[in-house]
Ligand binder design. Structure first.
Ligand code: AHR
Length: 506
């Protein structure tokens, strides 16, 4: 089928905040321990215990920020247990994730060192569920205060003289569930209280993010917006929080107990997954509409700080570790999300995929039995889309009729697309979600001429294909010769189940 599309290359849309390509590392399974951190005595090349192969791979993605230490873990984490000499750090039990003993060897200093190695901004989730206001306030002081103060002195005693810069600060996580089981009204009060005492020290200005809704819980967002409005959005500088978070996972199985296999699935399950992924649009639109009522100038940010696929764990792995493989299907889930993120870039200021290494929809899988590491198909989508970071979103109009597949009572549009411009370059991302049929897209580029066009494609013979230490490049991007530029139009061939990026000089 041939689809007509129009991109107005001279009509500027909103800036695509680079933080939409953010990441998430929780003390969960093998994300931190074995994933990012192997300890200084490991035979795997490391700096201060941090895996250098993982850092190298993520640097190539220009990851803008890393959220830590949770997730649910954040609301049982006591930061003072994770500072000072490692042999004197108390141990705890990670009750949320696998009931395993946590030795606190990866703490504040290790996390900040990781962010420095990655060139990424830290996004710290503070503990509201089982912590105290003082504990959170002290953590901010420890990290960000110069000069003399009790926490600055403690930091220096632990070997760090200068404060770090920390902008993104989460006021708890999933307060409606693992973060304390609170009502929206109760949490809104708590967020105001905690937010009040998270101070800006010197010129370090915090961007405080209140724990937001689960999926389509718009009432939660409305309650938080009413509370923020109470202080007046016009005084955003003194508000207890600047943004609201939101979590939306792509879950397709018939029940929570049967979410389906990450690798063993049929075409019907593939389409159900694509439909669930595309539904993030409805959720973003719903929350954005509520926020618009209270904040028409869009000064309050929406932060989707957990998103991605959630399948059954790999057979034989610890059910509390959320380890799943990652196929071409996951890559298409990611590409669809990014198209929608670009469309909502005027409200959505950050998004964090869950999670970066070894957990849920990971970029990187490390082998527990060797030094091997593989890049997943999802990693390659982040790499191919990297040029959208901080670019200007361009409006894309797909002309009907669009190719579609029925999924239960719903209909899935099987072609997805977005475009941006930056530094004189056009970047167009196109996904064909159809399991069997190819599509051809003819793009009318209005308002500008594009030259020196190049294209890359991520596809494979089967949607279930994935990368392993034995076959690390089973799904990897390559040059795509299915793009023709003529008469100012781009003709792009999209094989079944493929993701294509096209770049050119504007
Ligand atoms: O990402 C895994 C978990 O999912 C997080 O800890 C929690 O916030 C969410 O429910």
């Amino acid at each position: 089928m041939t689809i007509e599309a129009v991109i107005n290359v001279d009509l500027d849309g909103p800036r695509i905040n680079r933080h939409l390509y953010g990441h998430f590392a929780e003390h969960l399974g093998r994300c931190v321990y074995g994933g990012f951190y192997v300890g200084e005595d490991s035979g795997i090349p490391n700096e201060g215990g941090i895996r250098l192969d993982v850092v190298g791979a993520l640097r190539a993605l220009s990851i803008p920020n890393l959220r830590w230490p949770g997730g649910c873990f954040a609301d049982e984490y006591h930061w003072q247990d994770g500072i000072g000499p490692k042999d004197r750090r108390p141990v705890m039990v990670n009750t949320h994730w696998g009931d395993v003993v946590e030795n606190n060897h990866f703490g504040t200093h290790e996390f900040m060192a990781l962010c420095e190695l990655l060139g990424a901004e830290p996004y710290i989730s503070g503990n509201v569920g089982s912590g105290t206001v003082r504990e959170m306030s002290d953590w901010v002081e420890y990290l960000t205060r110069a000069g003399d103060s009790p926490m600055a002195r403690l930091r220096r005693a632990n070997g760090r003289d200068e404060p770090w810069r920390v902008r993104f600060w989460g006021l708890g996580n999933e307060a409606w569930g693992c973060g304390g089981g609170m009502t929206a009204e109760h949490y809104a009060q708590e967020a105001r209280r905690y937010g009040t005492y998270c101070r800006d020290h010197g010129d370090n200005k915090l961007y405080k993010i209140a724990a937001g809704a689960n999926g389509a819980d718009y009432a939660w967002t409305e309650t938080l917006m009413k509370q923020i409005g109470h202080l007046g959005c016009q005084h955003i500088g003194s508000t207890p929080y600047h943004a609201l978070s939101l979590h939306y996972y792509t879950i397709t199985g018939p029940s929570w107990e049967e979410k389906g296999s990450a690798t063993d699935f049929g075409t019907g399950e593939h389409y159900a997954t694509m439909l669930a992924a595309a539904r993030v649009e409805q959720v973003l639109a719903g929350h954005a509409a509520v926020m618009d009522c209270y904040d028409p100038s869009r000064s309050v940010g929406l932060v989707l700080d957990e998103w991605g696929t959630w399948f059954d764990v790999e057979p034989g792995s610890n059910p509390g570790f959320l380890y799943q493989q990652n196929t071409l299907r996951d890559a298409l889930v990611a590409s669809v999300h990014f198209d929608l993120f670009h469309r909502y870039a005027d409200r959505l200021v950050m998004a964090n995929i869950a999670q970066t290494v070894n957990v849920l929809q990971a970029m990187i899988l490390t082998d527990p039995d060797s030094a091997a590491m593989v890049l997943t198909p999802t990693y390659h989508v982040f790499a191919m889309n990297r040029g959208h970071q901080d670019a200007t979103a361009l409006r894309v109009d797909l002309r009907t009729p669009l190719p579609a597949r029925p999924v239960g009572d719903a209909t899935l549009t099987t072609v997805s697309m977005s475009a941006s411009r930056k530094d004189g370059r056009l970047l167009v991302s196109l996904s064909n979600l159809d399991a069997e049929a190819a599509a051809d897209v003819t793009i009318d580029l209005r308002g500008g001429a594009v030259t020196a066009v190049e294209a890359r494609i991520l596809t494979s013979s089967a949607l279930q294909d994935h990368n392993t230490p034995q076959a690390p490049s089973a799904v990897a991007p390559r040059e795509h010769d299915g793009v023709v530029l003529s008469d100012g139009r781009l003709r792009v061939h999209l094989p079944a189940h493929s993701f294509v990026t096209v770049t050119g000089a504007l």
